[in-house]
Design a protein around this ligand. Structure first.
Ligand code: SAM
Length: 286
């Protein structure tokens, strides 16, 4: 006989991160919470049911539609006040990151009720982790406006932003978005195209922003699926050209790339990892 000694979950809104593709990417704690709550609020029950079935979870699901998020939030607050335990999940990743959920969380907080985050996957963190970016500020832009004029205006406002930029993009807009990014942010900035993360056709490709649209167009398969674009800080352009390049070239005559990058970083104040990448590109053939 086994005795379950786990205490029941206290009443709260549990904001639970779920996979962004691979159904195995879910934490033990997330599974425990999804099993232990009374109900699960999701964006679309048809989308979330397979995940729960895959993990043998029978907790009832209900949808919080974007157009009635406020009404749903009120109902969720009332249920929590009556002692229910409710989990909030989204179609993919962490709720509230570029998807609905924030209205529900804000309403629960405003009512003075507990909100418990259960961390896990997010396309943003997944792409960032594979970008090779050095530590530093990162602006999470999320989705750019769909209309060209508004998108270009938004990009113009981001051009001088220090640090890296992270964009979510839909497949049918990724080429135009990449074209506008190159024009307004600078084609020399490096970019990571992260496509279909954690899924069968996962693609990670790093290239100058100015080449991204052509690369995507070179093969229709490259425009399918879900995308995160991580754009390096603008300072990378300075490292690609000019004084930093000249310094690196001299150092590389005598030193291996890691030492050349370390010294160039000391002299220029530019991040060592960025100079190391550049040093690998500049390294003279021996
Ligand atoms: N809350 C989610 C998160 O934590 O990442 C983001 C939700 S947002 C509505 C959906 C967008 O996230 C997609 O259009 C795509 O840009 C990005 N995304 C989600 N899953 C992805 C994946 N497996 N690979 C690449 N991008 C993904």
């Amino acid at each position: 006989m086994t005795i379950d000694l786990a205490p029941p979950l206290p009443p709260a809104l549990y904001v639970v991160a779920t996979p962004i593709g691979n159904l195995g990417d879910i934490t033990l704690r997330a599974l425990e919470v999804l099993r232990g709550v009374d109900r699960i609020a999701c964006e679309d029950t048809r989308h979330s049911r397979p995940l729960l079935q895959h993990h043998g979870i029978g907790t009832p699901l209900f949808a919080v539609h974007q157009h009635n998020e406020l009404a749903s939030a009120t109902r969720i607050v009332e249920a929590l006040q009556q002692g229910e335990r409710i989990a909030l999940i989204s179609d993919a990743g962490t709720p509230g990151i570029s998807d609905p959920g924030a209205v529900v969380v804000a309403a629960v907080q405003a009512a003075g009720l507990a909100v418990v985050p259960i961390p896990g996957p997010s396309a943003l963190a997944c792409a960032r982790s594979a970008s090779g970016l050095p530590p530093g500020p990162v602006t999470v832009v999320g989705f750019l406006p769909a209309k060209a004029a508004a998108r270009r205006k938004a990009l113009a406002g981001l051009a001088a932003m220090p640090g890296a930029l992270v964009f979510y993009e839909a497949p049918h807009r990724v080429v135009e978005a990449a074209t506008d990014m190159a024009a307004l942010l600078g084609g020399g900035r490096a970019c990571l195209v992260a496509r279909e993360l954690t899924k069968r056709f996962e693609t990670l490709h790093r290239l100058p922003l100015g080449e991204a649209a052509a690369w995507l167009q070179a093969n229709p398969d490259r425009q399918r699926g879900e995308f995160v674009l991580v754009v390096d800080p603008a300072a990378a352009q300075a490292a690609d050209t000019g004084a930093a390049d000249a310094l690196l070239r001299v150092l590389l005559e005598e030193l291996p790339p890691n030492q050349a990058a370390r010294l160039a970083a000391k002299a220029s104040g530019i991040e060592r990892q960025r100079l190391y990448r550049r040093a690998l590109e500049l390294k003279p053939e021996r």
